[in-house]
Design a protein around this ligand. Structure first.
Ligand SMILES: [Zn+2]
Ligand SMILES: [Zn+2]
Length: 264
């Protein structure tokens, strides 16, 4: 028996905003249950120096990035080794990949390819900070999502969290653009339960299903209580017209290669 959903998105103590979750706690879950999930900590919070883990969001994001190309790469490699060493059962190794507003990935070359799950997120939008008009926000969003697609993400997580949190509406045109890029570039779109936007998630899920784009289930767990709670995802999937028997065909699962490697 396997868990009903593959949770593509969870955080550990390596993410600064995580609360009571630990890598050891996840390893224990993986050892003792049939849950399947990926560990996907924020790449920027591993890459930036331990005393400047929020540096990616600060005024000096670019300078700090450039000053840490080598040290950050070392920290990411060590992080991946640490998660790999703890891997067991249905645990998979991933990242929540950050890109700078200029599109550069906060990750060293040659490592993303070794991961089981590459989740991409838009996490920093200067146009929102500067309260620019919606059209500029949409342009910046599209630029960053295209950059993430170029870096080879498998899933775009919480696609519209930043824009919606800032009160910028998600238009049908923007949804349509995102779903078409997901189809053409071959990445999935996440239904995220950490911060819920049911209206937009339903519209996104319906469009994705129409165009044959894979959906992904993510709890984005920051505290233990969130882990394994798929009530919101079920609500959206059912609202979009999917019955339980069809979930497998429409949802993201770890690749066959990742499944095989995990079973060894
Ligand atoms: Zn995120
Ligand atoms: Zn996250």
């Amino acid at each position: 028996m396997r868990s009903v959903f593959f949770d593509c998105h969870t955080h550990t103590e390596f993410s600064s905003c995580a609360e009571d979750v630990t890598l050891q706690g996840y390893a224990e879950i993986a050892r003792t249950t049939d849950r399947q999930f990926a560990i996907t900590d924020h790449s920027a919070q591993v890459f930036y120096p331990p005393d400047q883990r929020w540096g990616f969001w600060g005024e000096d994001a670019y300078e700090l990035y450039e000053a840490n190309i080598e040290a950050g790469a070392r920290r990411i490699r060590k992080y991946v080794e640490t998660i790999r060493a703890a891997q067991c059962g249905g645990m998979f190794v991933g990242t929540e990949l950050d890109v700078l507003p200029d599109g550069r990935k906060v990750f060293p070359d040659g490592v993303l390819e070794t991961l089981d799950v590459v989740a991409g997120a838009v996490h920093s939008m200067p146009t929102l900070k500067q309260e620019r008009p919606a059209g500029e926000v949409y342009d910046e969003f599209r630029f960053q999502v295209e950059a993430l697609a170029g870096h080879g993400i498998q899933v775009l997580v919480h696609p519209y969290r930043l824009t919606l949190a800032a009160g910028v509406p998600v238009t049908d045109a923007l949804l349509d653009w995102t779903v078409r890029l997901a189809r053409d570039a071959g990445f999935a779109l996440e239904i995220n339960s950490h911060k819920q936007f049911p209206d937009v998630d339903l519209r996104m899920a319906r469009m994705a299903l129409e165009l044959g784009v894979t959906l992904a289930v993510g709890t984005d767990t920051h505290r233990t209580q969130e882990f394994g709670d798929f009530a919101y995802h079920e609500q959206i999937l059912q609202g979009a017209g999917l019955t339980e028997e069809t979930w497998d065909a429409h949802l993201l699962w770890p690749s066959a290669a990742a499944q095989e490697a995990a079973a060894e």
